[in-house]
Design a protein around this ligand. Sequence first.
Ligand code: GLY
Length: 608
Amino acid sequence: MRIKGHQGALAPLALILVTGLVSPPAHALPELGPKVGREPGKVPVAEGYGGAVATVDLDASRAALKILRQGGNAMDAAVAAAATLGVTEPYSAGLAGGGFIVYYDARRKGVFTIDGRETAPRAMTATSFEGIPFAEAVTSGLSAGVPGSVAQWDLALRRFGTLPLRQALGPAIEVAERGFVVDQTFRDQTADNADRFKDFTSTSRLYLPGGQPPAVGSTFRNPDLAATYRELGRRGPSWLYGGTLGAELVATVKRPPVTTGSSRVVRPGLMELSDLRAYRALERPPTHVSVKGLDVYGMAPPSSGGSTVGEALGILAALGEDGETTGLHRYLEASRLAFADRNAFVGDPAYVDVPLEGLLSEGFAKERACLVGPVAMPNPAAPGSPDGTYEPCSAASPAGASGDLRDKGVTEQAVQEEKPEGPETTHLVVTDRWGDVVAYNITIEQTGGNGIVVPGRGFLLNNQLTDFTFGPAPGDPNLPAPGKRPRSSMAPTIVLKDGRPLLAVGSPGGATIITTVLQILVNRFDRGMALPEALAAPRASQRNAAATQAEPAFIDRYGTALAALGHAFTSTPEIGAATGLEFLGRGRVQAVAEPVRRGGGSALVVSP
Ligand code: GLY
């Protein structure tokens, strides 16, 4: 990866050299996306000083800003925003979900991560999902993992924050009580889920008032969730992890409140209160790669985000300079190879020996880069051998010489094409006046989780355990096991230059999270785009599949040139809904959300 300043259509009138990079002055910010229909105050790009936030939602961004203005730090603000997203984006985030935080601590001058991934109950085994249709597992008690969010918020605040949980939940309680204005995205997501929401008494009561999705422009209140958050603040995390709230959650998982007359097959879950008691959020070292003077930090296993983004960046760095079409071709090929390795090697490190050092090493990246030729390699690419012994290009397999992967001990699952990914999950970024930075991916897995609200508590359960490999797939690193965390693709990422934060970015979108983050980094640092343009640019996601999933604008613009190099595409309306921020120098920060995707996001700064 080489580092380019902003050029082309976005070339600023005057170039300001900051921390060795070229940044645009405020007046050169691109006008991205429609303003029509946006909530007043909801803008995708904001620049200023003293702290900044970007989320998918104006109420959540405001919650973070409020905490920052009251003197809270970035971690306090991130927890406040996450809890607020549990109100306004309840189909992507919530206290019964999980997530990953990557954090730059300005005082300690280091990057830390907190793993709040859900776990399988102790009664779960490698065969628990075998033979169960995926669609059936999606809406079930069986797919609900032991939630991680509350333990993660608690650990994050105790370790890096300044506020008690009770106070960090304050803005979310306010929004849940006062209500928020229903936008098109919320209505659409409710309507898309209506068929299963109606099958649970608690869910239809909350999200289908009068039997219908709430109307756009109406005010949606969630007093049950306000009361739950208030009680959680008062009693602390043990109320969930072993207390009354936990007991109610377990009862819901084991006996989902199915509507009388519903014909849905709803498999009960295996969770016990002891599983909740045993849950711990974990601090883990971040993943790290150095490419062309940038230090890129990400989330380690059980997420495959950091290892896969990091490996692909290493492959691209090994390939060197390129033009536009070649650059995009290499981006797709690097991603294909990195996904082959992800699928073969990454799982929960407490259960699987993940060769993380090898996957992120320069030697392995160079060996894998040897496989990238002038045209697309045959699908699927075989996984490599990240074993510390690497061959120079002349001795490595030439591109296309994968052979029968099963002969190489690769499991059936690892060579299967990735399933198409949905838009689930959300991501937020926050920085404060001290220069701390949070990149935080939050999820309840599918949009709407497992579709089951805990009666009277105002929140949905996750269906995170569908991120496990269902099997049978002997040797697959991501098979379920008691207490195991399913492999994630979440990739909250922080980039340092010369030891100081330069950029933070992340996205929702299942396994496309990885390619979205990678593509934004390539757009920003290889293709010379400013961060707002890098986020807005059309996306393509190659995950070791015959065809690359791509947005229509990507296919329109690059499809013909890339097809000539052997690439095939399937069209998908939207990939990801990213948020990011960049430090522009002299304390100035640019917060960036999507201009259009998922209805557009919200960027705010403390002092514009
Ligand atoms: N459930 C989305 C992910 O963890 O990647």
